[in-house]
Design a protein around this ligand. Structure first.
Ligand code: KIV
Length: 278
């Protein structure tokens, strides 16, 4: 909890964001701010900062769990971390990201696993990747009463099929297909749509076409909102930093320096001092 009463007050006054509010924000032309979080303190801090949406992304696999891709992430991993985020009771909407193989087998499997995010982890909505091939699953989850966020473009769960993390939909046929699939996801009831790793002009065109908001990540300034992986924006990710990332802090450097200072103090017997002892 923030020690600053002004921050606490502004948080107390902030109404909880629910999924329908996001179409309203688009209508009002209000940019949507989204970040990822995977734990309680990050969720608290991001919420205190006033973000609109917290995505418990399956990027968990690469930025927290040390995997090379998101493919090994399981439902149990996602429920564990989504629960930690919802325990922070954020005013922001919490979206749980459905991991690889938790929704591709059948619409029934997708509904059951989406339900677990809500019942077991307290999520407000779920996200899944893909267009036409997940349309039936999206329809069924929405009918169940669970808000769904779509995800098109450079969908990381398809990294093996893409042959790497490459910008998608550069050609005309692929752009037409992505636009068609965006319309389809809107028709199936998605309340918002993540557009990842696509040309900025396409991001803007799809955003104009839809009434639901688009949340871009590497999809240019024409999207209705923007999302970044928190470890990227905080300078805490140790791997490759994509071109679209803007760093707002250098926490890895700060952490390293703090650990080094602590190690120095312990080795020089400067820590603990009398006032830090009982
Ligand atoms: O898993 C994730 O963090 C995501 C965002 C990059 C949109 O899907």
């Amino acid at each position: 909890m923030s020690g600053d009463p002004a921050v606490r007050a502004s948080k107390a006054q902030r109404p909880r964001r629910m999924a329908p509010a996001f179409a309203e924000m688009k209508r009002r032309g209000e940019p949507i701010v989204a970040v990822t979080a995977y734990d309680f303190p990050t969720a608290r801090i991001a919420d205190d900062a006033g973000v609109d949406l917290i995505l418990v992304g399956d990027s968990l696999g690469t930025v927290v769990l040390g995997y090379e891709s998101t493919l090994p992430v399981t439902m149990e991993d996602m429920l564990h971390h989504t629960s930690a985020v919802t325990r922070a009771r954020p005013a922001a909407l919490v979206v749980g990201d459905m991991p690889f193989m938790s929704y591709q087998v059948s619409a029934e499997q997708a509904v059951l696993n989406a339900g677990r995010f809500v019942q077991e982890a307290g999520a407000d909505a779920i996200k899944l990747e893909g267009g036409e091939r997940v349309a039936e699953a999206v329809r069924r989850i929405v009918e169940t009463g669970i808000p769904v966020m779509g995800h098109l473009g450079l969908t990381p769960q398809s990294v093996l099929a893409f042959g790497g993390y490459r910008v998608q939909a550069r050609g005309e046929a692929d752009q037409e297909r992505l636009t068609r699939e965006a319309r389809l996801l809107e028709q199936c009831g998605c309340f918002s749509l993540v557009l990842e790793g696509i040309p900025a002009r396409l991001g803007a065109a799809v955003s104009r076409e839809l009434t639901i908001p688009t949340i871009g990540i590497g999809a240019g300034p024409g999207c209705d909102g923007q999302v970044l992986v928190s470890h990227d924006l905080l300078g805490l990710h140790l791997g490759h930093t994509p071109k679209f990332v803007r760093r707002y802090a250098a926490l890895a450097d700060e952490m390293r320096a703090a650990f080094e200072r602590f190690a120095g103090d312990v080795r020089a017997r400067r820590y603990p001092a009398d006032q830090e002892s009982y």
